[in-house]
Ligand binder design. Structure first.
Ligand SMILES: *Cc1c(COP(=O)(O)O)cnc(C)c1O
Length: 382
């Protein structure tokens, strides 16, 4: 099976891990944690970075510090991986699930903006925090959110878990990396992401006191060494071993992003003429192309059938996420639309996108796709 997205371990991974063992420094704190944080802040153009146990942990802490809590409302896109919504739920906040816009599949930030303005006029409940997700590596349109921040002081948390390496290339944010615009940016180093630390995450922020508070919360809210705790913290630190892997991976980030962009360009050529659209790529954005995802145009075959066929040909394609509002724990959450997200889910699938995917493997994926349309699907005895 050609996998969807697997780690690319082509650098100093083994060397740095061995150094941790030789130095007897495998657990919490250590020079690789500090180095990973420092270099990550540099790469994303932020002042402070705090390493965490996972991307979900990073989001949980960032949302709490941004003001998510009981009785508070967090605006979250309905088209995202479930962790974005769960992190707000861990804070005991309520969710406002916002539909996608069709151009980038990201949160329809213009629609959210207009809704907030309308609610302010009628005295309805406003979101206390906006959690925006740069879905599948494409930056979201931030301008309406920045307007909300200026007018209503609603802080922004960026879930950039899928978008490390992506940036804006036009408009007022040109040159800025994802994660560097909101009060907090959160990243993931899970095994399927563009770089991995085995498991892990990072919170970035421009404000030193927020970085300090994040560091305090991820370390059981420990003050000094007298076991005195004034709030409930978490065991969310990243071990030195994981940070060592992360440092080795970060050295290869530029190559990984270049590889994924090259892969996207090649898929575009190989798949020309097939009834597929996407992935999004707006002229004001430099997406990372974490996953190469497409929508099936209505042409006699559904995305789920296509994925089944591709899997049977050894191609590890996968469907996109069912929108959050269709997931059982969120069926009663407040929402703003949802039809675009449902359509992207219904027609969407991701193709193998590992950084090290060879041209031959990409040709095999394209051939399996072409074959899917040339062999009967409907009514065939599969
Ligand atoms: C992967 C992912 C996360 C969670 O990251 P983990 O490190 O797996 O906890 C959060 N949000 C999005 C959009 C993701 O894709």
């Amino acid at each position: 099976m050609i996998p969807l997205s697997v780690p690319w371990l082509a650098g100093n991974e083994a060397r740095y891990l061995a150094e941790c063992v030789e130095e007897g420094n495998v657990s919490a704190a250590g020079r690789f944690v500090e180095r990973f944080e420092r270099e990550f802040a540099e790469v994303t153009g932020t002042a402070h970075a705090v390493a965490c146990a996972s991307g979900t942990a990073a989001l949980h802490v960032a949302l709490r510090l941004a003001g998510a809590g009981p009785g508070r409302l967090v605006a979250v896109p309905t088209f995202t991986f479930i962790a974005s919504a769960n992190a707000a739920t861990y804070c005991a906040a309520d969710l406002l699930l916002v539909d996608s816009e069709p151009r980038t599949w990201n949160m329809d930030t213009a629609r959210l903006h207009d809704e907030v303005v309308r609610r302010a006029r009628t005295g309805d409940r406003l979101p206390d925090v906006v959690e925006v997700v740069h879905v599948l590596g494409h930056p979201a349109d931030m301008e309406p959110l920045l307007a909300l921040k200026d007018r209503f002081e609603i802080p922004i948390v960026e879930d950039a878990a899928e978008a490390l390496g992506a940036s804006w290339s036009g408009g007022p944010l040109a040159g800025r990396s994802v994660g560097s615009v909101g009060r907090f940016g959160c990243f993931s180093f899970n095994g399927n992401k563009i770089i991995t630390s085995g498991a892990g995450g990072m919170i970035v922020t421009g404000e030193e006191h927020l970085a300090r508070e994040a560091r305090y919360l991820i370390n059981q809210a420990k003050q000094g060494d007298q076991y005195v705790h004034e709030t409930v913290g978490y065991n969310y630190r990243l071990p030195n071993l994981a940070a060592a892997l992360g440092c080795a991976q970060l050295e290869q980030l530029a190559d990984a992003v270049a590889a994924r962009r090259a892969l996207a360009a090649r898929y575009r050529e190989l798949l020309a003429g097939l009834p597929l659209t996407g992935p999004p790529s707006e002229e004001w954005a430099r997406p990372s192309h974490w996953l190469y995802s497409v929508l099936v145009e209505d042409a006699g075959i559904e995305a789920d059938e296509l994925v089944t066929k591709l899997n049977s040909h050894g191609v590890g394609a996968r469907r996109l996420w069912p929108p959050v509002h269709l997931q059982k724990p969120y069926a009663r959450s407040e929402r703003l639309g949802g039809a675009v997200a449902e359509d992207v889910f219904r027609r969407g699938l991701s193709l193998p996108s590992s950084s090290q995917l060879s041209v031959d493997e990409q040709r095999r994926v394209a051939a399996a796709l072409r074959q899917s349309w040339s062999t009967p699907v409907r009514g065939s005895a599969q």
